[in-house]
Design a protein around this ligand. Structure first.
Ligand SMILES: NC(=O)c1ccc[n+]([C@@H]2O[C@H](COP(=O)([O-])OP(=O)(O)OC[C@H]3O[C@@H](n4cnc5c(N)ncnc54)[C@H](O)[C@@H]3O)[C@@H](O)[C@H]2O)c1
Ligand SMILES: CC(=O)N[C@@H]1[C@@H](OP(=O)(O)OP(=O)(O)OC[C@H]2O[C@@H](n3ccc(=O)[nH]c3=O)[C@H](O)[C@@H]2O)O[C@H](CO)[C@@H](O)[C@@H]1O
Length: 455
């Protein structure tokens, strides 16, 4: 019970003044629970704890919970995160638990940050969201607010989350608030993003929910808080951002395919085209991975009886890039007198993005499958990866071991920091620089790029 907030410690439909609500929120009188403590959820929970002094982190993985309660951070390469987690745990501002229902009973602000992925037939998979909504519903109280930070198909908060919360709690939907407050955070800079690199978008299922979200994120974010007309609009903002990026990357990959016929360096043309403000063509590469960009288009394509051919064409273009990369490599090997079928190929970087230990939808997986189907022997180096089981039929090597292997070509798939100062000539083989990350002027071996000129 919060004296400042009167009847209940919730922010929804309270009679307290805005000033009293802010005071209650920042003094810990409005307990917060953050559900999902992964790459996005842990930074988010740590900032909530820093602001409120009373945040419960909920995760279904006991090892995650144990690690956090020991003041440790299982999410790596996030500047400032380890220090912040240690500080908020030591100060008892943040505590973690696997008991989501107990946390839901205690909290008045519920923040959902669990994965929203795809089923095998590429439909939105909201099963983890449904599970956590059941958990929150079991402890939901009048006056509580629920913020969906996970990226979801537009209309999910209003048409799925709220009815399920009402059913699980027995509360009338008018008794609690719900808003879509999509996470606009990039791994590798998560803390600064949560704190306000970009404006924070919030949209409630009703005006009071939007108001409560504005008040909370006005304390969490240093940037402006942008309220939208409703929750579905806020959800659409996030999905549209991701779809824009997938289509734009597909444009870059389409342009790369004009080689070898066009016989130019497409990446040079793109870079120069981008020197005027109405053009922002992204970079061609061996494919589009992660659980954001290749996923979000499917939150739209089959959900409405609307032609989505542009989005599906972009997805097809990006999904074809691993195979296109192999055809590039085959031309390079051929020019160096080696048949792909009998070649030894070294891949540098396997995770979907530099310095992030995440294999979801990683282009390296179809790339390895394609190379092996063609008969090539494949080695790979990835200093971040601890579980190679899903990568395919390859021999993982350390960077040191890789120099002892006679290989016919090297493919830079993911430019981790560890490769930044590499002596590329140590491999004595042509290089296919999939992410245009190698300074070819400093390398004696021939360096090719996706979109660059073929041999
Ligand atoms: N990773 C990104 O760059 C990024 C950026 C913006 C938004 N997002 C959104 O955030 C979501 C989460 O991404 P992430 O990178 O943090 O995922 P993650 O896989 O790193 O972490 C998810 C965590 O949620 C936990 N979890 C699963 N089900 C749970 C439940 N029912 N209750 C409590 N915890 C549960 C898992 O144990 C895991 O620790 C994404 O699916 C996406 O929608 C991701
Ligand atoms: C808040 C949030 O959701 N943030 C998302 C997050 O997305 P993300 O972490 O999944 O990372 P991305 O950078 O989008 O990369 C995805 C894949 O696309 C490949 N790629 C990329 C650019 C390019 O020009 N050509 C490419 O081929 C790359 O190698 C990788 O495999 O950060 C982005 C800003 O970085 C955001 O815009 C995006 O909303």
């Amino acid at each position: 019970m919060s004296p400042a907030l009167g009847a209940h410690s919730g922010l929804y439909d309270t009679t307290a003044t805005e000033a009293d609500q802010r005071a209650a929120f920042t003094s810990g009188e409005v307990p917060v629970a953050v559900y999902g403590l992964g790459k996005m959820g842990l930074p988010l929970a740590a900032v909530y704890a820093e602001v409120t002094g009373n945040t419960i982190g909920v995760d279904i993985d006991p090892e995650v919970v144990e690690s956090i309660n020991a003041g440790n951070t299982h999410v790596k390469r996030e500047p400032g995160l380890a220090e912040l987690v240690t500080a908020v745990v030591d100060n008892d501002d943040l505590r973690a638990t696997t008991d989501g229902e107990a946390a839901a009973e205690e909290a008045a602000v519920h923040v959902l940050m669990v994965p929203t992925l795809l089923t095998d037939d590429r439909q939105p998979d909201l099963s983890l969201l449904d599970e956590v909504v059941e958990t929150v519903g079991a402890g939901l109280s009048p006056g509580d607010v629920v913020f969906v930070e996970s990226t979801v198909p537009p209309r999910t908060t209003a048409d799925r989350v709220v009815p399920n919360l009402s059913a699980a709690s027995g509360l009338d939907p008018a008794a609690f608030g719900a808003a879509a407050c999509p996470e606009r955070t990039v791994s590798g800079q998560a803390l600064q993003d949560v704190r306000g690199t970009h404006p924070k978008v919030v949209g409630g299922v009703d005006e009071e929910s939007t108001r409560a979200a504005e008040l909370v994120y006005g304390e969490i974010s240093d940037n402006e808080v942008v309220p939208t007309s409703d929750a579905a609009t806020a959800e659409a903002v996030k999905v549209f951002e991701g779809v824009y990026r997938d289509v734009n990357i597909a444009l870059a990959n389409q342009l790369a395919r004009y080689n070898p016929a066009m016989d130019i360096d497409v990446t040079e043309a793109i870079d120069v085209a981008n020197t005027q403000p109405f053009c922002d063509i992204h970079d061609p590469g061996p494919g589009v991975g992660g659980h954001c960009i290749p996923v979000y288009p499917y939150f739209l394509t089959d959900q409405y009886n609307t032609d989505s051919s542009l989005l599906t064409a972009a997805r097809d273009t990006n999904d074809a890039m691993p195979e296109y990369t192999v055809s590039n490599l085959e031309a390079i090997l051929d020019a160096h007198g080696v048949a792909l079928e009998s070649a030894s190929v070294l891949l540098l970087g396997v995770t979907y993005k530099a310095n992030i230990n995440e294999l979801r939808n990683a282009p390296s997986i179809p790339l390895v499958r394609n190379l092996r189907e063609r008969g090539a022997t494949v080695y790979a180096v990835d200093p971040l990866l601890d579980d190679w089981s899903v990568v395919g039929d390859i021999e993982p090597l350390t960077l040191e071991e890789s120099t002892d292997r006679a290989v016919d070509a090297v493919v830079l798939v993911t430019p981790h920091d560890e490769f930044a100062d590499l002596d590329w000539d140590r491999f004595d083989a042509p290089i296919l620089d999939g992410r245009d990350a190698v300074n070819a002027s400093e390398v004696e071996q021939p360096v090719y790029t996706i979109g660059g000129q073929w041999p």
